[in-house]
Design a protein around this ligand. Structure first.
Ligand SMILES: [Fe+2]
Ligand SMILES: [Fe+2]
Length: 147
């Protein structure tokens, strides 16, 4: 006979961790930002059409802060490839802002869903190629702690 508690907890959806294990970089602030990035992207992917623009806006606002944090670290370290890295951030934010506008103003929901899917692929590449180098340099500079 299930208890009241087991009935309650069994109704909580069991979800795999949002961030794939190979995208963990071992630096807690970065990993948390990345986990939230994926969760907010998942929320946009599962939002109904009428809620898609708002979900994209929440993801964009979080992503602005996430990228600004990385750019501030790279400036503080005088990190060599920071302009290339920040340029990628800027491109993604520019495209995302335009697509969110198309979803909100022109109801181009398919464009919004395509953005979410393409950003997922871009993110996996960006974390492995760019953020991993940044975290390595943060560790060497002693600015953050590895776990
Ligand atoms: Fe990042
Ligand atoms: Fe980055």
């Amino acid at each position: 006979m299930p208890t009241a508690l087991s009935l309650m907890t069994s109704s909580v959806p069991r979800r795999a961790p949002a961030l794939a294990p190979d995208l963990h970089l071992g630096e807690p602030i970065t990993d948390t930002m990345h986990e939230e990035f994926v969760q907010l992207l998942d929320a946009a992917a599962s939002a109904p059409d009428e809620a898609l623009a708002a979900a994209l806006e929440v993801w964009i606002a979080h992503t602005r802060e996430h990228f600004a944090q990385e750019e501030a670290w790279m400036e503080a370290m005088d990190f060599g490839p920071r302009h290339c890295h920040a340029g990628q951030h800027r491109q993604v934010l520019d495209v995302a802002a335009e697509v969110r506008r198309q979803v909100a103003d022109e109801h181009r929901f398919a464009a919004g869903r395509q953005l979410v899917s393409e950003v997922r692929e871009w993110f996996a590449w960006h974390v492995s190629a760019m953020d991993s180098m940044m975290v390595e340099s943060l560790r060497e500079s002693g600015m953050v702690q590895a776990v």
